[in-house]
Design a protein around this ligand. Sequence first.
Ligand code: ADE
Ligand code: ZN
Length: 326
Amino acid sequence: DDLDGFIAGLPKAELHLHIEGSLEPELMFALASRNGVEIPFKSVEEVRAAYEFSNLQDFLDIYYAGANVLRTEEDFRDLAVAYFDRAAADGVTHAEIFFDPQTHTHRGIPFGVAANGLLAGMAEAEAKHGLTSKLILCFLRHLDEDDAFRTLTQAQPWIDRIAGVGLDSSEVGHPPSKFQRVFDAAGAMGLKRVAHAGEEGPPEYVREALDLLHIDRLDHGNRSLEDPQLVTRLARGGMTLTVCPLSNVKLCNVASIDVHPIDRMLKLGLRATVNSDDPAYFGGYIGDNYRAVARGRGLGRDAIVTLARNSFLGSFLADDAVAAHL
Ligand code: ADE
Ligand code: ZN
């Protein structure tokens, strides 16, 4: 039967997407040339060939280097519009996208250049495709607490257009506890809170994200499966996990798509969702991720519908908007 057509036609929300990770090599070259920025690759093929990773840090090194071509508001808008065009074609009707302001402010690009450009792209996607979106500011966890506080201060003029804060970059050695105070401050501003935890880090980091950061949503969360009590807590609490199957395989956190635990998560009662993380680097957008787990794990239509439904239930949309998407 036409499983691909079924997946494409199913309305979905994307809840785990780093906009800088949607920078395709073609756009990287176009922006490098437009901005007169040197990149250490001769061709699009050479860039793609460099995308072989054995862990998260391998990927992050090349991902931060790629972001160097992003210089102007127009660059950020073009990046966002390119992502939303792909997402709309995959049946995404709502997206909550991450950006990493420190990746840009640390190379002299003001917070507002990234924020204004992305917000312009978001408005364009809604006008063009009816695709709604929210913006989540991620703190880089390999940097210190003061730097995260400075970033939250820089965000103040845009705070009414930012839905929440997140925590990403190198996980192991940078536990959630390092950012407890800045997450408290963000919560006091009325922002939603999410964090990457249990991608490479241990179940204890997931517990810290719950207990110390008071997260509203858990990004990845795979390693929670090592701790049955934690699984029970996440399931009972209705916590949404933003799982990224192709990312897990590319970063060698899961051996192959055929052994991905997405269906095990659903059977354990976890509110798991399927997302693309960094699609330009991991070989696929959200539709590719759904198709990969559907084939690799033999998911039926019922499981696929559950995953898509979970994505709206786990979104930061108001209840009436969730109902309108389902
Ligand atoms: N930044 C972009 N993608 C990431 C991931 N999968 N984990 C941590 N930080 C990231
Ligand atoms: Zn991520």
